[in-house]
Ligand binder design. Structure first.
Ligand SMILES: [Zn+2]
Length: 222
């Protein structure tokens, strides 16, 4: 009987902690952090052959990183989530050069995430595959600068999708049929890299969980 009581005690404590976390998360000015970073990416992209202008230059690599970050931040604009570079943030997505072959073979994953319950979640995105797809879906005559931008944009959009998996661990994120949405469950589509993108069914759910960002009132007391 003692052991049963201990178990109940632990369960009650866990529930209390979860409730406290839930309440703090929902308080009006709380903003949750998401970490996004390029993890020792070499930027090798065989798809960028001589006909496409060759390997990414140093400044193009910087452009890819900054556009990926900007795209990710834009996906969560207006919501209480800050995109940072922190590797210890509540939610985390890192970009790696390429997944090991074992992972690539299994379902051809190019991005993946795992939820960590009250501790957020973590995920990874495969740079090499994303770069190859950006080249494959480039409309004829696409300028080099637009191709570089598409690589960054595509990475940022996948990262947004992965963060949504972590923030919304329950329910089917892939339920949408809108190919121009972040929620869509496949990346082999031109819209992953080119043209506008928005949330579909996940939009209201993200808004409910994260909450809207309250605009600062000039002169208001803090
Ligand atoms: Zn997914």
């Amino acid at each position: 009987m003692v052991s049963a009581r201990v178990v109940i005690g632990v369960a009650a404590l866990t529930t209390t902690l979860l409730l406290a976390w839930e309440v703090s998360r929902r308080s009006a000015d709380h903003v949750v952090a998401a970490g996004f970073w390029f993890d020792a990416v070499t930027f090798e992209a065989p798809a960028l052959d001589a006909t496409r202008g060759g390997p990414l230059s140093a400044s193009e690599r910087t452009t890819v990183e900054s556009l990926a970050r900007a795209e990710l931040a834009a996906a969560f604009a207006g919501l209480r989530l800050d995109v940072t570079s922190s590797r210890t943030a509540h939610y985390r997505v890192r970009v790696v050069q390429a997944f090991p072959p074992r992972q690539a073979i299994r379902g051809m994953a190019v991005a993946e995430s795992r939820g960590l319950g009250a501790f957020g979640g973590e995920g990874a995105v495969d740079f090499a595959t994303l770069a190859a797809l950006a080249v494959r879906f480039a409309p004829p005559g696409t300028l080099r600068a637009d191709l570089v931008a598409a690589i960054g944009r595509g990475i940022g959009r996948v990262a947004a999708h992965e963060l949504a998996h972590q923030i919304l661990p329950r329910g089917d994120l892939h339920a949408t049929t809108d190919v121009a949405s972040y929620d869509f469950g496949a990346i082999d589509r031109p819209g992953q890299f080119y043209g506008p993108m928005q949330w579909d069914l996940a939009g209201p759910r993200l808004r409910e969980v994260l909450g809207p960002r309250v605009a600062a009132v000039p002169g208001a007391r803090r």
